[in-house]
Design a protein around this ligand. Structure first.
Ligand SMILES: [Zn+2]
Length: 388
């Protein structure tokens, strides 16, 4: 038996934000960050909710890679206000934070790290969740995951529960238009990694497969365009939809070692999620291909790569990923990402231990131990082909 979960409603296309006018309830709590709070469309979000007859308050204290402390503070804020809707507006950090705040608000007996697939959270007795992504990458509006940082232990907690999947995901193509190119690149590569890692995951299934392939095709086609030209409406909209498609896919399958390593790097060196995941993606394919050659070769053929053998196809797929990364100006190695050799060597053990123990690692087609993970980090530092 395998239970799949999806947001109940996904709203797409022009003026998707207008859907907020139809929301029924009393009090909405918008969860966002200070930068997004100042953007023009935020007025619209509040206005539409008010049109629907809701009272509106904003909690805008979410920082990038949100910490446990912020979640606890946000939940306290919610308890005083008593909302029946959480409206997460932003990138992965805001949506992940809203999910965790919502859990603590509804069920104060649960701690942040108590969110897991086996515990009964008892959500939706007081409130429901709407996610409105403003970046095109994380897919958090569609997944059962929330990534919260334990600052003290420099650790990212990968928490999951079917109950925290959003009720409504609103994909308004206007919102990602204002993303700076660097963010378009990082978040886009993150979405690509979601698609590729989901397609080869040990938990893959017929449903996750189709959405993964669809998203991968769209990202290869539209990411360079969305990066080069902020006015390219079609490319921006396609990227926005592809990110959520990849999110639904990996939300019902899993991601792999590019994410395990990326989370570890992010927690220790504070490299943004998208950039670190994109960086590890080619190395993870090189390393994992031995156990999933045919799957990777299928991805290659689905994006139009021609090859006589599966091995050749996978080699070309790695090249295509690297080319895409270059085209959108992202670093190909940890060295290029600006991490000094001294700092890297000093933290290599921590990086490898955290990644090797990540749940994402165990769902990868080939599961590295700590020694191999260390080697992978070293190869990714130097930009060497992971040929072991
Ligand atoms: Zn990701």
């Amino acid at each position: 038996m395998w239970e799949l979960t999806f947001p109940r409603t996904v709203v797409i296309g022009e003026d998707a934000l207008g859907y907020l006018k139809t929301v029924e309830g009393k009090r909405a709590l918008i969860v966002t960050d200070k930068v997004i709070h100042k953007l023009d469309f935020m007025e619209k979000v509040a206005e539409y909710l008010k049109d629907a007859g809701l009272e509106v308050q904003v909690f805008d204290d979410i920082e990038p890679e949100p910490s446990m402390e912020t979640i606890i503070r946000g939940a306290e804020f919610a308890k005083k206000y008593n909302p029946d809707w959480f409206i997460a507006v932003g990138g992965g950090s805001c949506m992940d934070a809203a999910k965790a705040m919502w859990v603590l608000y509804e069920n104060p007996s649960i701690a942040v790290d108590g969110i897991n697939p086996l515990s009964k959270l008892g959500l939706r007795k007081k409130a429901r969740l709407i996610c409105i992504p403003t970046t095109s990458g994380t897919g958090s509006d569609a997944t059962w995951a929330t990534i919260i940082t334990n600052v003290k232990d420099e650790r990212k907690m990968e928490l999951t529960s079917r109950e925290i999947v959003a009720d409504i995901s609103i994909l308004d193509p206007e919102l990602p238009k204002g993303m700076p190119p660097k963010l378009v690149a990082g978040t886009g590569l993150d979405a690509l990694a979601h698609g590729i890692e989901s397609y080869v995951s040990q938990w893959r299934n017929d449903f996750s497969d189709v959405l993964a392939i669809g998203a991968i095709q769209m990202i290869f086609k539209y990411l360079p365009r969305a990066y080069r030209n902020p006015e390219d409406k079609e490319a921006k909209e396609k990227m926005h939809n592809a990110a959520t498609m990849a999110g639904i896919s990996f939300g019902n399958s899993q991601v792999g070692i590019a994410h395990a390593m990326g989370h570890s790097l992010g927690a220790i060196f504070h490299v943004p999620h998208g950039r670190s995941i994109g960086l590890f993606l080619p190395y993870s394919i090189e390393y994992s291909a031995r156990q999933a050659m045919e799957r990777y070769a299928t991805i290659a053929r689905e994006i139009g790569i021609e090859a006589k053998t599966d091995e050749e196809a996978v080699g070309k797929l790695v090249e295509a990923v690297r080319k895409l990364e270059r085209d959108v100006g992202e670093p190909a190695s940890l060295k290029e990402a600006g991490i000094s050799r001294r700092d890297f060597d000093k933290r290599l053990n921590d990086l490898a231990t955290r990644a090797a123990n990540s749940t994402c690692t165990f769902m990868n087609p080939r599961v590295p131990d700590t020694a191999e993970t260390k080697k992978l980090f070293t190869y990714a530092y130097e930009g060497k082909k992971a040929d072991f």
